[in-house]
Design a protein around this ligand. Structure first.
Ligand SMILES: Nc1nc2c(ncn2[C@@H]2O[C@H](COP(=O)(O)OP(=O)(O)OP(=O)(O)O)[C@@H](O)[C@H]2O)c(=O)[nH]1
Ligand SMILES: [Mg+2]
Length: 687
């Protein structure tokens, strides 16, 4: 493809929305209609340009953002096909950061869904221009007008229909373009033919919606309004231009429709992207690049096992060519870009240069990661912060083969370069390697890829809960450690008082107070008592969990001129602690999580009931546009595999966020079980 040299001739569009509404199919159809590809691939057959990855084809869903481009009316349209599944939203959020426009796709059956709202909210934050596409008009129970109303009430009342369906469900036979006042007939998977006259029997309805559209457009443009009120027949170009201005300023969101899998509605959509969505020169991004003459922002990294690392970027200042050398202010490393590529899913094509606003890719940048801004000279730029959601669920992960730990860690590091919401860490308390992510499926995909790309088969287990222990009252104990064996013996004797303690913020802490008087234990040995106590506290007597929230006072003791040693006092301290601990009413503590669950209104009852059975405490309900957010506190032990449960309760329409709140005492009947289990485990370990 020829390099585009004018930002005004580019459109950058993220195709986003809820899972499975036909985004990839729509992108496929747009490429086909524009002549970029010569057959219409399908998700079922795994032949779409955007879902090119094996894992995507196996699961018949998008797992990462795919960058593609096509030509229409002399414009280059860059499309980023975003995954709809919540687990893979990192790419969607990154894509929204680098485009002027979002093409929000909805199902004409399901209407506004969880991820539609999420995408819409993020697009609000970034002030993106938006076009809505109501897809799947051919499905049973599809209803364009019902979904249009839902869109207007749940997304924005500035949404206005620009296309209408002809017929409904399996009888849908075309779409009407209300801007150009023409129709396109159902090509059933072939190329869409040229514009046709609007069917007579639709005249009244078309007239009604054409007026709504014109009213909405002239509302945003005084000059046009005056002419409209004068009764002038407004030329299409003038309406289109005013529409684009309104879309640019976020004052209107045109709503289109079609059947992606049959290629219906694509001509009108392509026209709309060109005529109704702003180019980089009209809108642009807010990403900073100081006074750099050449700059780019890396919004995505592909860890290709063959081509190596591929960095997808947006040109912030340019043009940029393969000879361009840029510096990464984060690492101060200089990189010559090398061959610039235009991506089309799996395919890539070399291109001479990219102008400001264009999207492209380069291979093999060494130390560049997603989120970096590269500039031609070191300017103090603040790279844009993309607010990725925190991972909410963790699994313990172990390689199937012993000795593969390092390989597993390296593989996961590479995968988290691709998807920053996947992370690996070692739990300092339980010693387990934990892989964390947003959903179970996301973690499972990472596991598949560890095997297929890095040849490390691994296993997942529910993680251990990081329990802790503390005491409820004070207690005293004295221990004498004494050994007489032939030559030099061992002697240490100490008495300690332990009591519950918290710091000023109510946080549990540890403190050692030395109250020895008259030197009954010499200065040199007292820290050994402290050491012994700390060691004993690492594994509490209840469930082997670390003990905290305790003040230990060394009150008395005794020493032997010859036999006393640090070692002996350490043991005495440790034993004294264990004895005192038993008497101090020790209790088991568990992490309590703050949980926000967002589900469709009709699932609230079931989800609440389930939370109750998980020892959850409900704090409130926040209804918003057909979805309700349930706020609750739940013990971590009860929600280790919550994602599965929520998926089955809501048919995959639920979504949750979880964060650590505080430690709390485990109720006695639950604690008893855990203590017994630990005991059994210990005995088994000994046997
Ligand atoms: N009947 C009908 N089926 C469609 C239409 N568009 C897409 N599909 C089918 O719906 C399913 C999902 O389509 P995709 O294109 O993968 O949807 P998506 O939004 O890209 O899905 P994710 O990327 O996983 O979020 C596939 O089986 C498509 O063939 C349509 O207009 N009508
Ligand atoms: Mg898809």
């Amino acid at each position: 493809m020829e390099a585009v040299t004018e930002p005004g001739k580019i459109r950058n569009i993220a195709v986003a929305g809820h899972r499975g509404v036909g985004k990839t199919s729509l992108v496929e159809a747009l490429l086909f209609q524009a002549g970029k590809t010569n057959r219409l691939g399908t998700v079922e057959a795994g032949t779409t340009a955007a879902d090119w990855d094996d894992d995507e084809q196996k699961r018949q869903m998008s797992l990462s953002g795919a960058l593609l481009n096509l030509d229409w009316q002399g414009r280059k349209i860059n499309l980023i096909d975003c995954p709809g599944d919540a687990g893979f939203q990192a790419d969607t959020l990154a894509a929204l950061r680098v485009v002027e426009g979002a093409l929000v796709v909805l199902s004409a059956v399901m209407g506004v869904e969880v991820n539609t709202l999420r995408v819409w909210k993020r697009a609000d934050e970034y002030e993106l221009s938006r076009v809505v596409f109501i897809n799947m008009l051919d499905r049973e129970r599809a209803d364009f007008f019902r979904v249009l109303e839902a869109v207007r009430s749940q997304l924005s009342d500035r949404c206005v229909a620009i296309h209408l369906p002809i017929g409904a469900e399996h009888e849908v036979s075309g779409v009407v373009d209300l801007l150009h006042m023409c129709a396109y007939m159902d090509p059933t998977g072939g190329k869409e033919g040229g514009p046709q006259p609007i069917p007579e029997d639709l005249a009244a309805q078309v007239q009604e919606y054409r007026e709504k559209l014109l009213d909405a457009v002239v509302e945003t443009n005084e000059d046009l309004m005056a002419r409209y009120l004068d009764g002038e027949e407004l030329p299409t170009e003038d309406v289109a231009e005013a529409l684009k201005d309104a879309v640019t300023r976020d004052e209107l969101y045109p709503v289109a429709c079609g059947v992606a899998s049959k290629n219906l509605g694509t001509t009108a959509m392509l026209d709309l992207l060109v005529e109704g969505v702003p180019s980089p020169s009209k809108k642009g991004t807010t990403i900073e690049f100081g006074d750099a003459k050449q700059a780019m922002f890396v919004f995505k990294t592909i860890a290709d096992p063959f081509a190596g690392r591929i960095s997808c970027f947006r040109v912030l200042a340019g043009p940029i060519t393969g000879d361009t050398t840029l510096v990464d202010p984060r690492t101060h490393a200089k990189e010559r870009l090398g061959q610039i590529l235009l991506l089309n899913g799996k395919e890539n094509a070399p291109v001479e240069s990219l102008c400001v606003g264009d999207l492209g890719a380069v291979a093999k940048l060494k130390d560049v990661v997603t989120g970096d801004v590269l500039v031609d000279h070191e300017v103090p730029v603040e790279p844009p912060h993309i607010d990725f959601p925190e991972p909410v669920m963790s699994f313990a992960i172990t390689p199937k083969a012993k000795g593969d730990e390092e390989k597993m860690a390296t593989g996961l590091r590479r995968l988290s370069e691709e998807d920053p919401t996947i992370s690996l860490r070692r739990d300092p308390q339980t010693g387990e390697q934990l892989i964390s992510g947003l959903t179970q499926m996301q973690v499972e995909v990472a596991v598949d890829r560890l095997k297929s790309r890095f040849n490390v088969p691994v296993e997942l287990h529910p993680p251990r809960v990081p329990y802790k222990e503390t005491i409820r009252k004070e207690a005293r104990a004295r221990h004498r450690y004494k050994k007489q064996t032939g030559g030099r013996g061992q002697f240490g004797d100490c008495e300690i008082l332990i009591e519950p303690m918290q710091n000023g913020e109510g946080e549990p802490e540890y403190e050692f107070v030395d109250k020895i008087v008259g030197g009954v234990i010499s200065q040199g040995f007292r820290p050994a008592v402290d050491k012994g106590v700390r060691e004993a506290m690492e594994h509490g007597e209840l469930a082997g969990a670390p003990v905290y929230g305790i003040r230990v006072t060394l009150v008395d003791g005794m020493m032997h001129q010859v036999d006393s040693s640090e070692m002996a006092f350490k043991i005495a301290g440790s034993m004294a602690f264990k004895e005192a601990y038993q008497k101090a009413d020790p209790v088991l503590l568990e992490p309590i999580m703050e949980l926000d669950v967002t589900v469709p209104d009709d699932a609230v009852g079931a989800v609440n009931g389930d939370l109750n059975s998980r020892r959850g405490r409900l704090h409130g309900l926040e209804p918003a546009a057909g979805m309700t957010t349930i706020k609750a506190e739940v013990p971590l032990a009860e929600v280790l595999t919550y994602s599965q449960a929520l998926t089955s309760m809501t048919g995959g329409r639920g979504d949750y966020h979880m964060s650590f709140l505080r430690y709390e005492e485990v109720p006695a009947h639950v604690a008893q079980k855990i203590i017994e289990e630990t005991k059994k485990e210990r005995e088994e370990a000994k046997a």
